[in-house]
Every structure is written in C-alpha cells, then in structure tokens.
Design a protein around this ligand. Sequence first.
Ligand code: PEP
Ligand code: MG
Length: 568
Amino acid sequence: MYTGIGASAGIGIGSVVIVKEPSLVYDNKAITDAAAETARFQAALDKCVEKTQAMAEDMKTRVGEKEAEILEGHILLLMDPELGGQIESKIADDKKCAEAAVEETCDFFAAMFSSLDDEMFQQRATDVCDIKTRLLKILLDVEDVDLANVPAGTILVAEDLTPSMTAGINPANVVGILTEIGGKTSHSAILARALEIPAVLSIEGIVSKLTNGQSVILDGETGKVFEDPDAEIVKEYEAKRAAFLEAKAALSKFVGKPTETSDGVKVELCANIGKPEDALKVVECDGEGIGLFRTEFLFMDRPQVPTEDEQFEAYKKVAEVLSGKPVIIRTLDIGGDKEIPYLGLPKEENPFLGFRAVRLCLKREDLYRPQLRALLRASAYGDIKIMVPMISCVDEFRKVKEILGELMADLDEKGIAYNKDIKVGIMIETPAASLMADVFAKEVDFFSIGTNDLTGYTMAADRGNPDVAYLYSTYNPAVLRSIERVITAANAEGIMVGMCGEAAADPLLTPLLISFGLQEFSVSATSILKTRKGISSWSKAEADEVTAKAMSMATEEEVRTYLESIAR
Ligand code: PEP
Ligand code: MG
C-alpha cells in the first residue's frame, strides 16, 4: 500500500494507464538567422495561445468557468512581455535556437517562483513548466498525450497532471488519478475535484512503481492506494464506493435548494471562514452567505499588523466573491488561546477570563480603528455586516458604535464610499450577554450565538481541558436554556439571530434550534449540504415536540441520550 495526499474525495477502482510526456529533445546549436528563429518562436507562441484558448473554451463548457480560469491564466503568462522579451533576446543576442531560448527562460522563471515560500508561487512555477512543455511540443511538432480516449475504468498515473493534460480527460472513462507531485490546492487537485474524479497526489515514485494494466484501488479521502488488491480489499472498497456515491447523490439533491423544514419554514444557511481564500469554497458549496469571518487569521502567521489597506483588500475580496450575499465579518478576537506574538501582550493567569477580543480592541484603538475603517470602506462592495465578539456589557457595544460613528464622519468628510446603513451586531458568547439579551436586542442589529465559548463560560469549563470535558457540552440544560433565551429575545425585538458556533452544524441539535426560532445557521463550508439536508428532515411541529421533551430534562446525559435516540 502507498499513501499520498487525498486531494479529491471518492473511491477509484480500476486499471493503471501510465501517462508519460514524450521526450522533448532538440539539437541545441547556435543559430545564424535570428530573425527567422524569432519568427519561428512567434508562430509557435501564437499557435500555443490559440490552442490554450480552445482548451479554455472546452473546459468552460465541460467543467466550469472557474476551472477555465486556470488556462486563461496560462494565456496571460504566454502573452507576458517579460517572458516573451527574454526568450527573444536569448535568440537575438545569445544566438540560441527557439527551443533552448524557451527552455532556459521558462526554467529561470519556474526556479524563481519555486524558491518563494508561497503556495501560489509554487503553482505559478508549475504553470510556467506546463507552458514550456506546450511551446516545445509545438516547436518540435510532437503530438499531445491524448487522454480523451483512454479505456473505461482507467486510473491515470503521472508524474504530474498539468492543467493542459487534465483538460483533455474524459471523466466517463477515468475513475482515478495518481501523481508524484501536487497537493490539495494544486491545479490538478482543483480540476480533479471539479471533474469529480478521486485523486491521490504526491506519492513518491508512483510512476515507476506501477505498471500499465495493473489493478489499483485508491481512496481520495484518506490518500491510501492499494496495488493488486486482494478480494477482501476489493469487497471493502466496493462497499465504500457505493456508500460514498449514495451519500453524494443524497446531498447533491440539496444543491440550489432553499434551506427549509419539511413544512416550509425557511432559514438562512451560511458558512464560517478564516481566510479570504475560503470564500470561494463557500460559494462552491452553495452557502447562502458568510455567517462568521474570523479576521484574527489575517493577523496571525505574519510579523506585523496588517495595514488598513491590506485589510480593506481582504474584506472587499470576500464581499465581491459573495456578490451581494450577506457577509458577517467579526472584528479582531485575539487574546485567550489566540496569541499574536508580535503584539507583545502580557501573559495572563486566566487568559480566557482576561484581556481578549473587544476588551482588548477598546484599549488598543491603534489596532481597532484601522480594522473598523477597512470594514466600512469594504462595505461599499457588498453586504458586509460588522460583528463584535465577546461582548459582556452594553457599554462595550456603545463604545464600538461611538468609534464607528467617528470613523463614518471622517469618511463622509473625505467623500469615501461606505454603506451608511451597515448593520452592526454582537456575538453572544458570555452568560452576561445572554442574560441581557432582551436589552441588547433593542440596541444591536443582530445576534450570532457563539456556542463554543458560550458553552465553556456557562458551564465554567475550559474547552480544552480533558478533566472538565464532561461539563463542556452544549446539551447541558443550562446552555440550551441560554440559547433559547437569546433566540426568543431577538425574535421578540424583530432582529436577526444566527449561530456560528459548532453547535449550528450538530444534527442532534437541529430540531431544537428550529423550534427556538433560530434564523441563520453558520457552519463550515463542507457541512452546508449536510445541514440543509438535516433541516429538511424535520417539520416545525415535530421539532417543537422534540424540543418540549428535551427542555423538560434535567441532565446533559438525558438530553444527549434522548436526542441520539431520535436522530435523523
Ligand atoms: C464561538 O465561540 O462559538 C465562536 C464561533 O468563536 P470562536 O470559536 O472563534 O471563539
Ligand atoms: Mg468565541
């Protein structure tokens, strides 16, 4: 058995077809007619752009717009004056043949990109190599590998699957992909997922380990690959494949559907994100908006505070990707377990009860004002709402509103656009906020219940401490009462109430949350369809009945056991 990176989920059972790029050898001798050689390169370049355009068109219709963008990026690279200029000067000044000029220039750019410690640049290096191969093939008149006509049940095995190779794949015949390089976010992974072909990448030396026609099973989730599997493994993985396809079919029915109970009570189903790049995944997974953008990740893994402009770009990007759907952006929630070394914050005896989130931001306006200003500016580009974490008293919220008022006046004065009606809400994470929910509901635009912290603070139990883990459970009647109280208070005042803690994705709690009147569920992108399915399996009346019973119980265990017994 081999193990690689599971990059596209599903089980592939089939026979190996090894894909080897033909060798691209040429006679590397000095040229005499530079003008003719430049013309030869130009002709190859034009042909390459034309072919890539055709592949992008094909990709757009067969796979999708976003996947075609990868090839459109190649066209931009091909037309980059820096790249073309260097190739031409190698021909004109160094008397290199077109092939050598292309190879040396592309290798130079690829090496430069791969030396940068950033996944995007690593991908750029792969793109340049892909372009090099295509240009050389045209110059040398070598046929492309034809992946469109491989036999049914093929498992493609290649050193790397370039976007141009992947573009030719017929998913009806290819049941799996194995490569020696690439990771979860490489273009080959993105394309494999878009084509819904199970893929395991980064298996060292797999091309020389397997032979054509050999039977193989791969698991695109765990990254396991079995060569010549015995009958028992085949049986096990056939069952896994059937279960995977069944679950996928059941969930795919919910793509594009409203999120509603079986009797038509509609709720909103959003997603939680940590980085601007995650926004695309939310759209791909059919999220109806973003219910929590944890902005602290913009401040982590870097040596200094991101500037107002950097933050503005990040928030604007998310708003644009969501194109008009709601985007709730939470202001900085650091302190507690979320450390940012460069801020040099003092060590605390009791960090979870200490100087964190809004408490810290109100003392460090040098951090807070640029963030709020960036959020206001970005609000001109979509439906951004601002959410304040860890609120424990009304004064904190009033202070935030005061700062926002000052920033708005300044933007008005400078004629900078922002949404003057931007909604500002709070997270309900502390028992104090929950107890004051009726008062808060009159002052804030919306609530989002942060059950991760609310559970811990209500039960006075640290979420990470195994000795008190028995207390840290949202099924505790105390936590459930708190949640019910917050939702009731919001609905009484007519403001939006959502939940962005993990409990929103817990299928056992779905009937309770529906019955309490929760309006918005915010879950991880991968839980969106499961949650939509879960919500659709309850009617409001059934949910009310379950809730009445669960809320009459005295202990966490009773509630949990009961909810498990009626789970759908
Ligand atoms: C929560 O506390 O439920 C929450 C969503 O915030 P975080 O997990 O980021 O503390
Ligand atoms: Mg929290």
